[in-house]
Design a protein around this ligand. Structure first.
Ligand code: NAD
Length: 490
């Protein structure tokens, strides 16, 4: 099989790299295996890419280790920053190609994919800015001692990313790791390998030395597991399901006790009070659940509406949702494309079936959209009780559950009745309510009168079983550095 293939998308034609990007070169996997990636809009294969197994992970780790101790250690922090700035600029220059690949492989609307690329390039430049601003402290203890700290890179970082925001996750992981002087072996999700490989060509173009960034395509149980248990990987950063997050933590504990950061799932409460600006709230609630086809770890999937506006809210929310345009990701007015895979489609349809059978009221949606592709109608259930599966489990699709509440105390209790704690939102025009409720919700992010607002300057991560550590902002730098104390007797 060749190492590139010309691919035609509805918006552009481009040359797709297919190999594993290891030590600055695209190579075949040692086992000679390939796997196909499927276009979720028509269920047909797009192309086959080379597959990494444990031996390829090992080769990539060796390249990353060599670069870590060699060329990258000799690169000045300011130059690391220049590389990240250049990489960010290249993302912007190639936005049409990168966005088209995301829409083709993941199914997200082209307009939304362009927003992702803009956020990814901004993130890379943001961390480029941090690269020469990472420093320790001098700490006074007594006149005979001179103490200082150094913030050193953790080392070789294994990074495992999901399929819901392939390039954004790529940038969230690679930006802070490189800024702080680490090298990486990043494994993409098997559903969406294409954009990350194209981005590897931009790593080359930016002049980043060979071995600093290694990108591999492969499956979780083989390549992913090999990263988690590798004895020469110093840290693993993972985004994906809570089930796999646990496996990774266990593998790290059983191997070399590598550092682990996890960004996992959620079942986030979105709370609308009687005094909310109802039109504004409906628009954000709609965006909170249906953005990216509900495939967001922070999706506002549990909607609590206060009794005074409950009926009006449902009527207007239903009307708003029915206007969401579902269809071809390449069409200009599309808001919601297909789910990423047959497996996800089936999982979500099972949850919808369960909702129908459990006594919740189906307000709108609930069926497949169209005849081919993994499209699902935006679906709203009302009258959902706390014990129902659709209220408790992460569906990761365009399905939300609405429940009525009377008092602030009641909704705080319900909002927190979950093992997750990634995000939450409050809609109210009362500042006191906004602050009281935000402070009481056990979640890593609380949005007030908005939803899904993510900026690379602001930390993001989970309370409870939604994760360990924080991504983005200054906080992510701590995930990729270790503090050394030097104590000198004078
Ligand atoms: P997943 O957790 O299985 O996959 C995410 C990544 O982990 C992929 O790169 C995958 O190859 C890798 N992986 C899988 N098993 C692994 C293992 N044993 N060791 C190391 N790496 C492994 O997620 P999924 O099956 O694609 O989706 C299932 C559910 O996960 C979704 O329905 C959703 O609830 C959740 N999810 C959450 C996020 C998020 O952003 N938090 C993203 C994707 C999926």
């Amino acid at each position: 099989m060749s190492m590139t293939q010309k691919i035609e998308t509805p918006s552009i034609t481009y040359e797709q790299p297919l190999g594993l990007f290891i030590d600055g070169k695209f190579v075949k996997g040692t086992e000679g295996k390939t796997f196909e990636t499927i276009n979720p809009s028509n269920e047909k294969p797009i192309v086959a890419v080379h597959e990494a197994g444990p031996e390829d992970v090992d080769i990539a780790v060796k390249a990353a280790r060599k670069a870590l101790n060699g060329v990258w250690a000799e690169t000045m922090p300011s130059v690391r920053g220049q590389y990240l700035n250049k990489l960010g600029d290249l993302f912007d220059e190639h936005i049409d190609t990168l966005a088209a690949i995301e829409s083709l492989d993941n199914g997200k609307a082209l307009s939304m994919a362009k927003v992702d690329i803009g956020l990814a390039s901004g993130c890379l430049r943001y961390y480029g800015g941090w690269a020469d601003k990472i420093h320790g402290k001098v700490i006074d203890t007594d006149p005979e001692t001179f103490n200082y700290t150094r913030h050193e890179p953790v080392g070789v970082c294994g990074q495992i990313i999901p399929w819901n925001f392939p390039l954004l996750m790529w940038a969230w992981k690679i930006g802070p790791a490189l800024a702080t002087g680490n090298t990486v072996v990043l494994k993409t999700a098997e559903q969406t390998p294409l954009s990350a490989l194209y981005a590897a060509t931009l790593v080359e173009k930016a002049g980043i030395p060979a071995g600093v960034v290694n990108i591999i395509s492969g499956f979780g149980k083989t390549a992913g597991a090999a990263i988690a248990s590798h004895m020469d990987i110093d840290k693993v950063a993972f985004t994906g399901s809570t089930v796999v997050g646990r496996t990774i933590l266990q593998a790290a504990a059983k191997s070399n006790l590598k550092k682990v950061t996890l960004e996992l799932g959620g079942k986030s409460p979105n709370i609308v009070f009687n005094d909310a600006n109802i039109e504004d709230a409906i628009s954000w609630v709609n965006f909170g659940i249906f953005f990216n086809h509900g495939q967001c770890c922070c999706a506002g999937s549990r909607i609590y509406v206060q009794s005074g506006i409950y009926d009006k809210f449902i009527e207007q929310f239903k009307a708003r949702t029915q206007k969401n345009v579902v269809g071809d990701p390449f069409a200009a007015d599309t808001f919601q494309g297909p789910q990423v895979s047959q497996l996800q489609f089936d999982r979500i349809m099972n949850y919808i079936q369960n909702g129908k059978e459990s006594g919740a009221k189906l307000e709108t949606g609930g069926e497949r959209h169209g005849k081919e592709g993994y499209f699902i109608q935006p679906t709203i259930f009302s009258g959902v009780s706390e014990d129902m599966k659709i209220m408790q489990e992460e569906i990761f699709g365009p399905v939300c559950s609405i429940s009525k509440f009377e008092t602030e105390d009641e909704v705080i209790k319900k909002g927190n009745e979950t093992t997750y704690g990634l995000a939450a939102a409050v809609h109210t025009t009362n500042l006191n309510t906004a602050i009281r409720v935000s402070n009481s919700l056990k979640a890593g992010t609380v949005w007030v009168n908005c939803y899904n607002m993510l900026s690379y300057q602001v930390p993001f991560g989970g309370f409870k079983e939604s994760g360990i550590g924080r991504e983005l902002g200054k906080y992510a730098l701590a995930n990729y550095t270790q503090v050394k104390s030097v104590r000198m007797r004078l």
